[in-house]
Design a protein around this ligand. Sequence first.
Ligand code: NAP
Length: 350
Amino acid sequence: MKATLVGMGSVGRALVTLLAQRQRSGGHRPGTPEIRAVVDSRGARLARAGQPLDLEALVAAKAQGVPVHRAEAAGGLGVEAGGPEWSQRLIAESGTELLIEAGPTDLKRPATAMGHLRAAMASGMHVVCVNKAPLATAMPALLELAAYNRVGLRFSGCVGAGTPVLAMGEQLARGDRVRGISAVVNGTTNYILTQMRDAGQSFGEALAGAQQLGYAEADPSGDVDGWDTAMKMVILAAAVMGVKTTVGRSQVEGISKVTREAMAEAAARGKTIKLVGRAGEDGVSVGPAEVDRHGPLDVAGSINAVVFRCDTLGEVTLSGRGAGGPETATAILRDAEDLAKAAGADRGGR
Ligand SMILES: NC(=O)c1ccc[n+]([C@@H]2O[C@H](COP(=O)([O-])OP(=O)(O)OC[C@H]3O[C@@H](n4cnc5c(N)ncnc54)[C@H](OP(=O)(O)O)[C@@H]3O)[C@@H](O)[C@H]2O)c1
């Protein structure tokens, strides 16, 4: 499928690198997207008819801080950002069949990414989205829009990066009923809480350490206040349990009030404190909670753990790496292959 990629950050660059490696090794697989347009915050680069973009040159340019519209070595045509909704217009007129949205997750300003998704779907393009903000703020509307325009909308990289959390939940929900989900899905808070437990640090000390090491952003509120976890739980609840909710309707508490003393008391009882997201048939909640030490939710660092509570199967747990550009890029490829397969089946007269 011819594709437009929005975002050339750690995920976009990892995706383009994987695709370039596949091109070079001749390892083309059916459904592998062919990137014909790339968009970053300052402009876009469009392939000329019959000529592919040089993906390695694009990555090399971005690594040197060159915006895509100035990356002449990649071939194609550079277009500088300009005018309101320029990126939406570019997507709608791209002539591609698939939008890969890997722009920044900005919960306070989801409108840009939302505009990208709407423009794509209204133009009949399928969408693979790893940007959590539009999904977590307007999942029901986006699912309706995809159905109305008869296009596919996939977002498996939003939860668990490459670990197929959504796919496993959806599988479980086919033969059984998933009643609830509990999960540890945020690496930054996991690191901070582990430091508080193992090194006896206060929340402030552990946060400062995480920022120094680059594990936490300069503005860490999206992680430590629980919003990243809430977004992921909203997406999980919708995809696995059919629960139509948004982050705005969720109960969200972060970890800033967790104390060393509470951590030590929990440890004395064989427990540890984690930032736990919960999804049930009545919605989503997020907050610090005691979990069993060495139990399924006692994961470290950027490892995510998700426990699905099913009617018949009981508890089923999946854990694996929950962050990283290359990891997330594999989810994009998986989703794109699924969409291509589904589109092929439709054309086959299903
Ligand atoms: N990294 C992970 O582990 C991970 C895991 C799962 C999901 N995700 C999600 O994947 C997305 C990308 O993550 P990332 O780590 O690659 O982010 P990132 O490094 O911050 O990169 C964001 C990219 O989006 C571009 N951008 C910013 N504003 C834009 C706009 N208005 N129009 C078009 N492009 C715009 C940026 O352009 P410039 O290059 O010009 O700045 C940059 O290339 C995020 O939504 C994130 O939440 C990431």
